[in-house]
Write a protein that binds this ligand. Structure first.
Ligand code: UD1
Length: 430
């Protein structure tokens, strides 16, 4: 088991390059198997979830040619199986995108029920409702979701709840259905738009992605394309908050500042300076931050995937703040860990009431999930003394070379795998 060991207290200073968006990439990789020709995808993040999905795509018979860490060629014409039931794919939430992709293309799919981060109950009823509305029969048996249809027929689908996954999955299946599909109350996240742009670059007829009504005219075939994935807004936001927490000065490069508006707005509210460039943002935070209120909401609201990082910076801001989680029901599991570092946080239902303390003190903590793990690393960077973050497996699902990027900004952080290495690090930095 590996850990991050961190000696906190250094302001982060410098420039950091952001990779491709994990959540866009997962859907785009799944969608790539819908073409019979070779699709080239660039700006892929080299993180665990992506590598697991690529293995699964290879496992059903597609040709997967990894040109380098960030570029892959996929040809789905050789797919021989419609059943995706690997022990490891259950661990990634986005395995469900293979359902929409296979159902759209082959009108048949069997995929293991997804897992992912344990941040509350994560139903997929809306995905299945969409597939059924398109004419598929869907059964859940022995841990597998089986969907099939003679023909998929375009239809009108209203999503009761705004769901990124359901919007993308239905969009993929509808891209190869007969006739026109309308998805109402669709998610508007940048990665929904990216997946639509990718499908359109293969010849799909999708309009309106990025608004709450998406119109899709089904096509019979999708063709080859070359596509570059958008930058990861959550990775970018995480570095922006790490800069703030350490009172640093960091320029976060290769981003789309528009996608970071909610994050930027909160940093301005707490008293940091944020300068926007065409494809970069600079965060400078010289003084102690102030308290504020934040509620997670679907895009363009404040992202739930930035909620733990936000709580970490409010934990050392002056005054009392509140963080309301409106998307997932169990996303405060990191609070106990942060309390061990000196935070003063009380959780009541879906609201965390945070009384800012002067600073954190280093402690041994465990990452409860991907984003909370990153948030604990930020706390460690801001803390006095040594912090050890266990279970960094979660963090590596979504952050590429996290410790190297932080170290390049002046952080004292190393990835270690034994108590001996922890001691060595401690001796080195003390
Ligand atoms: C995606 C992201 C995740 C992010 C989340 C919200 C991926 C792989 N994951 O997750 O990082 O935190 O969007 O931005 O892209 N819901 C239902 N029924 C459904 C589907 C969802 O009730 O069929 C509910 C969920 O329980 C949740 C809300 O809708 O309360 C939003 O979930 P959704 O947007 O679907 O999240 P994911 O796509 O799973």
């Amino acid at each position: 088991m590996e850990q991050y060991v961190i000696k906190g207290g250094n302001p982060l200073v410098g420039e950091v390059e952001i990779g491709g968006a994990k959540n866009a990439a997962l859907a785009i990789l799944a969608a790539s198997i819908m073409a019979d020709e070779t699709v080239t995808i660039d700006n892929l993040p080299d993180v665990r979830d992506i590598n697991v999905l690529l293995e699964a795509i290879k496992g059903i018979g597609a040709i997967v040619d990894r040109l380098d860490a960030h570029t892959v060629k996929i040809n789905g014409s050789t797919i021989s199986g419609m059943s995706v039931d690997y022990e490891y794919i259950k661990k990634i939430r986005a395995s469900y995108y293979l359902l929409g992709a296979l159902l759209g293309k082959y009108k048949r799919a069997e995929v293991a029920l997804p897992g992912g981060c344990d941040i509350g109950s994560r139903p997929i009823d809306l995905h299945l409702k969409g597939f059924r509305a398109l004419g598929a029969t869907v059964d859940i048996q022995h841990g597998l979701i089986a969907a099939q249809a003679e023909h998929l027929k375009g239809t009108h689908i209203y999503l009761d709840k705004v769901s990124v996954g359901a919007t993308i999955n239905i969009m993929m299946a509808a891209a190869m259905a007969e006739g026109k599909t309308i998805i109402e109350n669709a998610a508007k996240e940048p990665h929904v738009v990216d997946v639509a742009n990718f499908l359109n670059s293969m010849g799909a007829g999708i309009r309106g992605a990025g608004t709450d009504v998406i119109r899709i005219v089904g096509v019979e075939k999708l063709h080859k394309t070359e596509y570059s994935i958008i930058p990861d807004q959550i990775e970018a936001g995480t570095f922006m908050f790490a800069a703030a927490a350490t009172r640093g000065d960091v320029t976060v490069k290769n981003v789309i500042p528009k996608h970071l508006e909610a994050t930027t707005a909160k940093l301005l509210e707490v008293g940091c300076e944020v300068e926007e460039f065409d494809d970069a943002v600079r965060v400078v935070c010289a003084k102690r931050m102030h308290h504020t209120q934040v509620t997670t909401l679907p895009y363009p609201g404040f992202p739930t995937d930035m909620q733990p990082q936000m709580a970490v910076i409010l934990g050392i801001a002056e005054g009392t703040s509140t963080v309301t989680e409106s998307i997932f029901e169990n996303r405060f599991k990191y609070v106990d860990e942060l309390t061990r570092m000196g935070a003063n946080i009380k959780v009541e239902s879906n609201i965390a009431i945070i009384t800012g303390v002067e600073g954190y003190t280093g402690a041994r903590v465990s990452a409860p999930d991907l984003r909370a793990g990153a948030a604990l690393v930020i706390a460690g960077l801001a803390a006095e003394g040594i912090t050890i973050v266990d279970d960094i497996y979660y963090v590596e699902r979504g952050y590429e070379h996290f410790e190297e990027k932080l170290a390049s900004l002046g952080a004292q952080i190393e990835k270690v795998s034994s108590e001996k290495e922890i001691q060595k690090f401690t001796l080195k930095v003390s």
